[in-house]
Ligand binder design. Structure first.
Ligand SMILES: NC(=O)c1ccc[n+]([C@@H]2O[C@H](COP(=O)([O-])OP(=O)(O)OC[C@H]3O[C@@H](n4cnc5c(N)ncnc54)[C@H](O)[C@@H]3O)[C@@H](O)[C@H]2O)c1
Ligand SMILES: O=C(O)[C@H](O)COP(=O)(O)O
Length: 636
C-alpha cells in the first residue's frame, strides 16, 4: 500500500451492510425463526431497531440488548448464518479480494455485530481474526444464545469510539461504513476521513456527514490511489436509458455498479444534449434521434457506446458515431417474431372488416353477414424487404395457404415456394396484400408514393410496420379515400409522439378500414424482455472486455476474457502505420505483450493489446499522443 508516512494507513471497515450486503443479526433472526408463525413480526421488529440505531435514533446499547432479547437463536443457527453471509459478501469487496488479502495487516474490521459470525466471513477474504473487533455471544450448555459479553466496549454506547481510543492507532485512519457509529469515529477525531459506503444501503443522515460517499470499494480505492481490481470505478460511469426500456436492462447495469438513469419517453435534440452530459453509455429506442449535432456537442464527449433497444438504427448517426470511436449495438432479432405475428393478425382483421363490425357491436348493431369478408388463404402477399421479418412472414403466410411474392434490393434466397420479383413494380402489380419490411435507411424515404400506389391492384390491403418515412402519407390517404384500397394497417409514422402524453396527429385519423397502432410491432413483453437482456449484454461486453461483436458501425472483434493482464484499447482513424507506431512504443518501454488483436473498417482501426501488468505508465500518454488516435482506454 503506497504511503509517504512512517505509519501505514489504517482502514477501519464496518461489517454489516458494508463488508456484507446484509445485517447479520437480522439474518440470524430470520434463520432462527424459520417456521415460526411470528417470524415476520419479530424479524420486522429487529430490523426496525437496527435501522433506528444506524441513524442514531436508538441508543446503541439499548438497541443491542433489545435485539438479542428478541433472538431465539443457538449455535447451529449461527453456523447456518456463516454459510449464508459468505454468499452475501459485497460485490466490490469480492472484486477486490486481492487488495484485502495483500493489505490485511492494515485493515481493521470494527463492528457492533458478533465475532462468532464475522471472523469466519472476513477470513474468507484474507483478514485474520486478530484484526476483527466485535462482540461475542454467550451460550448456555445446550448452545442457546443467552446474551453477550457486556464488558466488551463494542456492546456499549459510543462503543466504536471507545474501542478506537483504546487501540491508539498511529498514522492516518480512514473509516468505511454505512452507519452513524462509523461516522462518529471521524467526529471524535479518531479517524481522518469517513467514507459513507452506499453499495448496499444509503442513509441520508450518514451520507450528509461523510467526507466522501463511496458507492463501492472500488471508488474508495480509486479516490485514495490504491491498487484496485477495476481500471475505473463503474460507479463513476453514467448510463442513460430512454424510452422506458425494460427494467431488466436497468438491473443489468445497476448490478455491475454503474450509475443508471431511466427516462420514460424519448428526448428531442436539445433535451438530449442537456441529458447526455457526462454519459458514457446511452440506450434508446426508435424515437430518440442521436444526431451529429448531439454527438459533436462537448456534452457528448464521454460517450463510448450506444445501445439501440430495438432493431432499427436509422435514428442514430452511425457514421458520426464511428468517427468518434463510439460503438453502436442493436437487437437485430429480439422483436422479429412480435412484428410477424401482428402483421398476420392485421391481415386477417382487415380482410374480415373486424374493426367495423366490432365498433358496430359496441353500438348495439348486430350485422351478421359474409358480404365483403374473405379468408387470407389462397391470396397473394407481396413482401417489400425480405430480411429477418420479411422471411418469417413468408414462412408463416405460406403455412396459412398464401402465395408469397417478395422484392428485395439484395439478392435473397426464396424460402419455401416464395417467388422472387425483380422489381418493385412487378411485385406491387400482382399481389392482394402489400407488406413493407424494409430497413429505415434515408434512401428509403417515400419509396411508396402516388406512383407505387397506382401500380397496386384495386382492393389491395396495405401494411406498413417498418418505418414511417418509407411511405408518402398524403399518397396513402388519397389511395384510401379514392376507394382503390380495401384497407390498411399502419404502425409507424413519419412523426411519432415522443411520449404517451402527446397527441397523435396524422391525416390517417378517421379513415375507414384503416387500423392505426402506436408503433407497437415490437412491443410485447417477450420482445422487450429479450431486448432488455440482449443489448445490455453487448454494451457490457464492450465496456468490460472491449468486444465489439455484433456492433453495427464498428470493427467487430470477439475478444478473449482478460486474465492476468492489462488490456489497452486503441481506436484510431484507419491510416497506414498506426499499428507500427503502437508497437514501437511497446518496444521502447520493453512491454511484454501477451496478446494483440486488430480489426479495421474502411475508416476506423481498433487495436487491442494485452500486456503484462508491470509496465511504465508513460506508455499510456504516448499511445494517446499517436496521430489519428480517436479514443484510448484501459481495462483491468
Ligand atoms: N413496427 C415495429 O415495432 C418494428 C419492430 C421491429 C422492426 N421494425 C422495422 O422493420 C424493418 C425490417 O426489420 P428486419 O429486422 O426485417 O430488417 P432487416 O435488415 O433484416 O431486413 C430489411 C430488408 O429490407 C431490404 N431492403 C432495404 N431497402 C429496400 C428497398 N428499398 N426495397 C426492397 N428491399 C429493401 C434489405 O435488403 C433487407 O433485406 C426495419 O425498418 C425495422 O426497423 C419495426
Ligand atoms: O426498430 C424496431 O425494433 C422497432 O421499430 C421497434 O421500435 P421501438 O423499440 O421504439 O418500439
Amino acid at each position: 500500500m503506497p504511503t509517504a508516512q512512517a505509519e501505514p494507513l489504517k482502514i477501519v471497515i464496518d461489517f454489516d451492510s458494508t463488508f456484507t450486503k446484509v445485517e447479520g443479526l437480522d439474518e440470524l433472526a430470520r434463520i432462527a425463526l424459520q417456521g415460526n408463525p411470528k417470524q415476520a413480526e419479530i424479524v420486522g421488529k429487529i430490523k426496525d431497531i437496527t435501522d433506528q440505531g444506524m441513524v442514531g435514533a436508538y441508543s446503541f446499547s439499548d438497541s443491542l440488548r433489545d435485539r438479542v432479547a428478541l433472538l431465539p437463536a443457538n449455535r447451529s443457527h449461527v453456523d447456518q448464518l456463516i454459510v449464508f453471509l459468505k454468499g452475501k459478501i459485497s460485490e466490490s469487496f469480492k472484486r477486490n479480494k486481492d487488495f484485502l488479502e495483500e493489505n490485511a495487516a492494515q485493515i481493521l474490521i470494527v463492528s457492533s455485530g458478533f465475532k462468532d459470525f464475522i471472523v469466519p466471513v472476513v477470513n474468507e477474504m484474507g483478514i485474520p481474526a486478530e484484526n476483527v473487533y466485535a462482540n461475542t455471544f454467550i451460550y448456555d450448555a445446550e448452545g442457546n444464545i443467552t446474551g453477550y459479553d457486556a464488558d466488551n466496549l463494542l456492546s456499549q454506547d459510543k462503543g466504536k469510539v471507545r474501542l478506537l481510543q483504546s487501540l491508539q492507532l498511529e498514522g492516518e485512519v480512514y473509516v468505511i461504513g454505512d452507519g452513524i457509529t462509523d461516522y462518529e469515529l471521524r467526529e471524535s477525531g479518531l479517524a481522518n476521513k469517513f467514507f459513507a459506503f452506499t453499495e448496499n444501503i444509503s442513509r441520508k443522515a450518514v451520507t450528509d456527514k461523510a467526507d466522501f460517499v463511496v458507492p463501492s470499494l472500488d471508488e474508495f480505492l480509486y479516490i485514495n490511489g490504491l491498487s484496485r481490481a477495476q481500471s475505473y470505478p463503474k460507479s463513476r460511469i453514467k448510463v442513460l436509458l430512454l424510452e422506458n426500456v425494460h427494467p431488466g436492462a436497468v438491473n443489468a447495469f445497476k448490478k455491475e455498479g454503474f450509475q443508471v438513469e431511466l427516462l420514460k419517453g424519448a428526448l428531442d435534440e436539445d433535451e438530449l444534449i442537456e441529458k447526455i452530459k457526462d454519459v458514457s453509455i446511452i440506450g434508446l429506442r426508435s424515437k430518440t434521434n442521436l444526431t451529429k449535432k448531439v454527438l459533436e456537442h462537448p456534452n457528448a464527449s464521454r460517450l463510448m457506446c450506444v445501445g439501440a433497444f430495438c432493431i432499427g438504427t436509422n435514428q442514430i448517426d452511425l457514421v458520426e458515431c464511428e468517427k468518434r470511436g463510439i460503438a453502436v449495438f442493436n437487437a437485430p432479432y429480439s422483436n422479429t417474431r412480435s412484428v410477424v405475428e401482428l402483421s398476420i393478425g392485421l391481415m386477417v382483421m382487415l380482410t374480415r372488416n373486424i374493426f367495423e363490425k366490432s365498433t358496430k357491436m359496441h353500438a348495439g348493431v348486430w350485422d351478421k353477414s359474409a358480404t365483403n369478408s374473405y379468408e387470407i388463404r389462397g391470396k397473394k402477399i407481396g413482401l417489400v424487404g425480405y430480411g429477418s421479418i420479411g422471411t418469417q412472414i413468408s414462412v408463416i403466410a405460406e403455412a396459412l395457404g398464401m402465395e408469397v411474392y417478395f422484392y428485395d434490393i439484395v439478392d435473397k434466397l426464396a424460402l419455401g415456394n416464395a417467388k422472387k420479383c425483380s422489381s418493385l413494380k412487378e411485385l406491387l402489380s400482382q399481389v392482394d396484400f402489400v407488406s413493407l419490411h424494409v430497413d429505415g435507411r434515408k434512401s428509403n424515404t417515400n419509396i411508396i408514393g402516388k406512383e407505387q400506389f397506382s401500380w397496386m391492384k384495386d382492393n389491395v390491403i396495405f401494411l406498413n410496420l417498418s418505418r414511417g418515412h418509407v411511405v408518402e402519407i398524403s399518397a396513402l390517404v388519397d389511395a384510401i379515400k379514392s376507394g382503390k384500397m380495401w384497407g390498411a394497417a399502419i404502425d409507424v409514422f413519419p412523426y411519432e409522439p415522443k411520449t404517451n402524453d402527446e397527441e397523435f396527429i396524422n391525416e390517417l385519423r378517421g379513415l375507414p378500414n384503416v387500423i392505426l397502432t402506436p408503433h407497437i410491432g415490437g412491443s410485447t413483453e417477450e420482445a422487450q424482455a429479450n431486448i432488455g437482456e440482449f443489448v445490455p449484454a453487448k454494451l457490457l461486453q464492450f465496456m468490460n472486455n472491449g468486444s465489439t461483436y455484433g456492433s453495427v458501425n464498428f470493427p467487430e472483434l470477439q475478444l478473449p476474457p482478460l486474465e492476468n493482464a492489462h488490456r489497452l484499447l486503441h481506436i484510431h482513424h484507419n491510416v497506414p502505420g498506426i499499428l507500427a507506431q503502437i508497437n514501437q512504443i511497446f518496444a521502447k518501454y520493453h512491454v511484454n505483450i501477451i496478446g494483440q488483436y486488430l480489426k479495421t473498417t474502411e475508416n476506423t482501426g481498433y487495436v487491442i493489446t494485452d500486456v503484462a501488468k508491470e509496465y511504465s505508465e508513460e506508455i499510456v500518454s504516448e499511445l494517446k499522443l499517436i496521430d489519428n488516435t480517436i479514443k484510448f482506454r484501459m481495462l483491468y
